[in-house]
Design a protein around this ligand. Structure first.
Ligand SMILES: [Mg+2]
Length: 162
């Protein structure tokens, strides 16, 4: 079974930098600040996710991290995943960390759907796939390809065993 995990809003609590993109209209969303390394490193993990993930991972053979974060955050992202979730490159189940290439300004749903078609389905199309993401637009798209679980509430549900 393959687990495809989002980061922001799923593993990382972005509440300290959400104000850059949650502005009332007509203020433009400031994605550059939202994704700036000095802001990204301040994310806390979701405690429920830290608690729920080890049990879930027992059922999982491989993990692909699929995030709309830009590629220039790769080093700090991998360090952060390692530090908070043991999901860095030292985890043998983590087979890929896919981030958004530079100058890719498509909606997250389009970017992720492209990766699913180009990278995930060719190799895992016959396997059971679980996607975890906090973006309901992504969830709707992902549910065509496997189970799609809505974060962060899924972590508490897994802990409660519901
Ligand atoms: Mg997200």
């Amino acid at each position: 079974m393959l687990l495809v995990l989002d980061i922001d809003g799923t593993l990382a609590n972005t509440s300290k930098r959400d104000h850059f993109i949650d502005k009332p209209e007509p203020s433009p969303e400031d994605w550059e600040s939202f994704n700036a390394i000095e802001n990204v490193v301040q994310d806390d993990p979701f405690l429920e996710a830290q608690f729920a993930l080890p049990d879930l991972l027992e059922e999982i053979d491989e993990i692909i991290i699929l995030s709309g974060r830009p590629e220039y955050t790769r080093d700090i992202t991998i360090d952060w995943l390692e530090e908070h979730y043991n999901l860095g490159l030292s985890n043998p189940k983590v087979v890929d960390v896919v981030l958004r290439p530079g100058r890719d300004f498509r909606k997250a749903r389009k970017f992720k759907e492209g990766i699913i078609f180009d990278v995930i389905l060719p190799e895992y199309g016959n396997e059971e796939i679980i996607f975890v993401d906090d973006d309901l637009d992504n969830i709707e798209m992902m549910s065509k390809f496997g189970e799609a679980w809505v974060a962060p509430k899924i972590w508490e549900e897994l802990i409660r065993g519901s």
